[in-house]
Design a protein around this ligand. Structure first.
Ligand code: AMP
Ligand code: MG
Length: 339
């Protein structure tokens, strides 16, 4: 049993690699969010990740490699579309679903014959993979269902005493998890939007489609393409409602909702100006890229401040809008008011 989680920095990267190689768990920074890493070749280590997060065992992990050349260590029969996406966007915040090689542990892929692979651009993440000498399986380093962590402090709040170490690398630049594209079912399908936008993907794979569940909850009897789609996600303790539209209408609606609120302290996640009395205000950002960077940190901060009701201002005004909307809708359990 782990009693104390060590806080490490880039200077301890050799030690961190050693922990992974010996079957331990290390959380590390990437350009998207903090990951919770273990050797992708080790079934027991994969099991420890599920236990530390309280993650359902049918929700597979992403395998991280240090260079695009190493993708072939994890995957086979890579399609032409997938090769073009790799050349265009890796290293970076893109994950591809590929056909799995048998060296990758079944625990990592939850028994699927496909594997999710990503080559992060973050220097510390790549240094850790190199130091470990094995591909690193890693989901986000949060308790399952909570907002993903974007600082080492967030990771510690969820994981202290559950994992061996956290490498502190400051804040994450993108702020939401990687874009996921499935390339194994003929053509390309966007399963999860992220920092590599649909428009960017389309320049390389013009026929790419969006999975219909990106902005909609699954029906009760529906089987998801990606197991992660069926679980509650990104949710703070506070109850979140998204108010979507232009500045004036959104502000008018939120003022009305605050005046009628009966559910504890109110908070507003701002895309526009700070105009609310009687509410804790946190700035999301005026562009969707900024909003993506601040979103999870803001949801966690509302919880720390004891806010019970959050109103999130939102308007999709640039390419990262789909990624923000997908996370916000899930955080709000699809409670959305369009004005
Ligand atoms: P996380 O790293 O916490 O964002 O979780 C990884 C995401 O990748 C989850 O939503 C998984 O369902 C998804 N994923 C991982 N492997 C596969 C796969 N082989 N096929 C489809 N989705 C996958
Ligand atoms: Mg996650």
């Amino acid at each position: 049993m782990i009693v104390e989680t060590k806080l490490l920095t880039m200077e301890n990267i050799t030690d961190a690699g050693e922990i992974i190689r010996r079957g331990g768990l290390v959380a590390f920074p990437t350009e998207t969010v903090y990951g919770l890493g273990a050797s992708a070749y080790d079934d027991d280590a994969a099991r420890k990740i599920y236990a530390a997060k309280g993650r359902p065992s049918d929700n597979p992990l992403i395998v991280h490699v240090a260079s695009k050349e190493e993708i072939s260590a994890a995957a086979r029969d890579i399609s032409q579309d997938a090769k073009r996406l790799i050349d265009a966007f890796m290293p970076g915040p893109l994950t591809l679903i590929l056909h799995k090689k048998s060296v990758i542990s079944d625990g990592v892929t939850a028994g699927l014959d496909t594997v999710a692979v990503r080559c992060p651009s973050h220097g510390t993440a790549r240094a850790l993979i190199r130091a470990a000498g094995v591909p690193i399986a890693a989901p986000s380093a949060n308790i399952s269902g909570k907002p993903s962590p974007t600082t080492a402090r967030d990771v510690m709040e969820d994981m202290n005493g559950r994992i061996d170490a956290v490498i502190d690398g400051g804040c994450c630049e993108v702020g939401v998890e990687s874009t996921i594209v499935d390339t194994t079912r003929g053509g390309c399908v966007l399963l999860r939007p992220g920092g590599i936008t649909f428009e960017m993907l389309r320049t390389v794979a013009p026929d790419i489609r969006k999975d219909k569940n990106i902005l909609l909850p699954l029906a009760a009897d529906e089987k998801p393409v990606s197991p992660g789609m069926k679980y509650r996600h990104y949710a703070p303790d506070a109850e979140v409602t998204v108010i979507e539209g232009g500045r004036e209408a959104v502000q008018r609606k939120i003022k009305e909702l605050i005046s009628r609120n009966q559910n504890g302290k109110c908070g507003v996640l701002l895309m526009y100006d700070a105009v609310y009395d009687d509410a804790v205000m946190i700035n999301g950002g005026s562009t969707n890229a900024e909003y993506a960077r601040n979103l999870f940190a803001a949801l966690r901060e509302f919880d720390r401040l004891g806010v019970q009701t959050v109103f999130a201002e939102f308007d999709e005004n640039d390419g990262c809008g789909l990624a923000v909307r997908n996370r916000l809708y899930k955080a709000a359990a699809y409670k959305v008011i369009r004005v």
